[in-house]
Design a protein around this ligand. Structure first.
Ligand code: DUC
Ligand code: ZN
Ligand code: ZN
Ligand code: ZN
Length: 484
């Protein structure tokens, strides 16, 4: 059994050319003109691109007293409907839980996944067991990324000493640290003040975590990573202050990657001032939506390459779940959806407006991510030998985004009413057609865990090539007497 995607134009992160793609056993086996196979998928008028990778999702995540509503089944189905063929979720150990116990719990969530997935491991506390288990996580489980929350004080947050220790451990193991960069102490302080002053609506969520809170934490994390001699990945970069820190670090030669979300690129803070409480609360996420100047900065970063990837932080809560924060914005579960809409929204607002080339679109939705996470070219590539995770993209197909027709299990969509032009004609996961226009053909349980190898030892992020970790001891002849 073989399949041929015929008559399309292949678009990769660096090339655009006409060719057919032949698939067998879930992999790309041939690329060239006039190919034939048992089955033909017509790609006339379409672009044949690597399936999207969303490096940042939270499926069935225990958070703020509840669980995010999309699980690995509905979440991966939503992804496939929008051209995304792989997601990376965050394994979050509870307070007394070991990393391996938490991984067991996460493994148990995935049996119905429709598309391939991987995990980042969160470091939510620090002790000898964590130090030791990190090696097992990297070497035996194929997880080479560790997430650090600098916010959510009293829950997921780690302090600087814990984060620095973990960054150094990542450097030893060839792993990449990730940070949620917001100063959690300042957020807690501002939240308390806002509530004490009677500001309890969803708009106060944005006031409690201004761009400076994110800029400070991003700078701090970059400096700590530099001292630890390890690259750094900053999740959900939402503002100029954070982007500026990343730009500066990269300009100095450091490997620092920034990840704007499609929500921050296309929605702004005015959403929080909507008169409808539900409307505003549904858009509460951290970091919050920003103003247009910050959006321009993020787009500029994608164009210039100072920001590397576009994700969603997909963490969907129903309106009912959001309402647990009525009367206290700090209890509104943080998170929005986006998995199904990331690629159509980015194409519409990026490629169709001329802000991004098609090749840049592929880079930031797939190839750059695969490279940063060390799964390239198994994923993120149209190459012989790569997994046939492919989206056949019809640049003329349009729709109006609506919760009524979405795959996600929640009752609204933050992009409701937005028109998108550019949608999958077919989405293939390891060679199987999961989406054919608006027909969903996903198969529960088809998704597999994707192991990711550690990085080469040379993958460091030092602003200078001096060995910062080897202290030089001074030999002294006279040692002063001790005591007073
Ligand atoms: N931000 C969110 O909005 N939700 C999940 C976690 C996060 O950091
Ligand atoms: Zn986060
Ligand atoms: Zn997140
Ligand atoms: Zn299958």
């Amino acid at each position: 059994m073989s399949k041929v995607i015929k008559g399309g134009t292949i678009v990769t992160a660096d090339l655009t050319y006409k060719a057919d793609v032949k698939i067998e056993g879930g992999k790309i086996v041939e690329i060239g003109p006039n190919l034939s196979g048992t089955e033909t998928l017509d790609a006339t008028g379409c672009y044949v691109m690597p399936g999207g990778i969303d490096p940042h999702v939270h499926l069935e995540m225990p958070f703020m007293g509840t669980y995010s509503s999309d699980d690995f089944e509905s979440g991966t189905r939503a992804g496939l409907a929008g051209g995304t063929t792989m997601v990376v979720d965050f394994c979050l150990p509870g307070p007394e839980q070991s990393l391996l116990e938490a991984l067991q719990m996460w493994d148990n969530k995935t049996s119905r996944a429709n598309a391939d997935y991987s995990f980042h491991m969160a470091i939510t506390g620090w002790n000898e067991r964590v130090f030791n288990e990190m090696e097992t996580v990297v070497k035996d489980r194929g997880i080479n990324t560790f997430k650090h929350f600098m916010a959510y004080k009293g829950a997921l947050m780690v302090n600087d000493d814990e984060m620095f220790a973990s960054f150094q451990r990542c450097a030893e193991l060839g792993a990449l640290p990730l940070v949620h960069a917001e100063n959690g102490d300042v957020v807690a302080s501002m939240t308390a003040k806002l509530l004490a002053d009677g500001n309890n609506g969803p708009e106060a969520h944005a006031y409690s975590r201004p761009p400076e809170v994110e800029g400070e934490a991003t700078n701090r994390a970059i400096m700590l990573a530099d001292m630890a001699g390890v690259p750094l990945y900053v999740v959900h970069t939402s503002c100029e202050q954070a982007h500026e820190a990343i730009r500066r670090a990269r300009q100095k030669g450091m490997r620092v990657y920034g990840e704007p979300l499609i929500q921050h690129l296309t929605l702004d803070e005015s959403e929080y001032f909507d008169k409808d409480w539900d409307h505003a609360a549904r858009r509460v996420m951290s970091p919050p939506f920003r103003n247009k100047q910050h959006q321009d900065s993020l787009w500029a970063g994608l164009q210039s390459g100072s920001l590397s990837v576009v994700a969603t932080d997909h963490c969907a809560f129903t309106t009912d779940q959001k309402r647990s924060g009525l009367g206290d914005f700090s209890k509104i579960p943080n998170g929005t959806g986006g998995l199904e809409d990331r690629m159509p929204m980015l194409w519409t607002h990026g490629v169709n407006t001329g802000r991004l080339t098609m090749n840049e679109f592929v880079a930031v939705t797939s190839t750059n991510i695969a490279k940063i996470l060390n799964v390239y070219p198994k994923k993120g590539a149209i190459l012989v030998g790569a997994d046939a995770d492919i989206v056949v993209w019809d640049p003329k197909r349009s729709k109006t985004i609506s919760a009524k027709t979405q795959q996600s299990s929640i009752d609204y969509n933050v992009f409701e009413g937005k028109q998108v032009t550019g949608l999958p004609r077919y989405t293939l996961t390891r060679g199987e057609v999961a989406i054919e226009e608006s027909t969903v053909k996903t198969k529960e349980g088809h998704g597999q865990f994707v192991k990711r190898e550690p990085f080469q030892a040379v993958n460091k992020a030092l602003s200078t090539w001096k060995e910062l970790v080897a202290p030089r001891k001074v030999e002294r002849s006279g040692i002063p007497a001790t005591g007073v």
